[in-house]
Write a protein that binds this ligand. Sequence first.
Ligand code: BGC
Length: 259
Amino acid sequence: MKLKDKVALISGANSGIGRAIATRFAQEGAHVAVNYLPVGQNAQTAQAEVDDFEKTYGETGIAVGGDVSKRADVEAMFAATVEKFGRIDIVVNNAGIEFKKPFVDVTDDEWNKVIAVNLFGSFLLSQLGARQMIAQGGGGKIINISSVHEDIPFPGYTAYCASKGAMRMMMRNLAMELAPNKINVNNIAPGAIATPINQSVLDDPKALKDAVTEIPWGRFGKPEEVAAVAAFLASDESEYVTGSTYYVDGGLTQQVTLY
Ligand code: BGC
């Protein structure tokens, strides 16, 4: 078990990649704080997820509702986690949103919402996480789930790409600033992973076929394949790894379309 007795707070941990990371961390022996956006049935599904971790892996966790783009919400989720487990060793910035629209038609609200969740939310969790880790001593891990689009363009998704590119530079700066505190800061850049964010493509055979031709490995990735890299970055084995982006994309970023 790579993460025995570690405490991890994961944003957007009730679905997709976040849920796979939460599951893998619990399997590796961590106590997981499962953050979810408190809308619809999310509170119930997040609590069920936490209960399941205890039943399946014997690890207690906590469901912490909150909007990552609101400082008061983020403060409350950190407070609840620290109250229950006494510390936080790992923060995973996973919550993210995207929309597709020609750049010339994007509204202020659409732009601001994506930046608020993806970038400002990662700023808030990283800052509160770093403060907590510095106060408790002994280092820690901050992992951002960015995207291949922290590096490569994605026409129609400019706000998303801008937020992910900025997450890359935030990560590189934090890696330097927090190295003296032995806090490792890294990004994981997933490519096309089979999660709800891609549901419309997965449900459309023609769109799916087109998407897969862009992927040298010939298929979409699985959330568990991203979680495997997150488990490494969250563990003591990554002691000397900081300031890096790990691509989990089946070679997508290597694909150059010349004609
Ligand atoms: C986006 C997906 C997209 C994938 C590969 C991800 O960051 O969320 O919508 O399919 O990148 O382009």
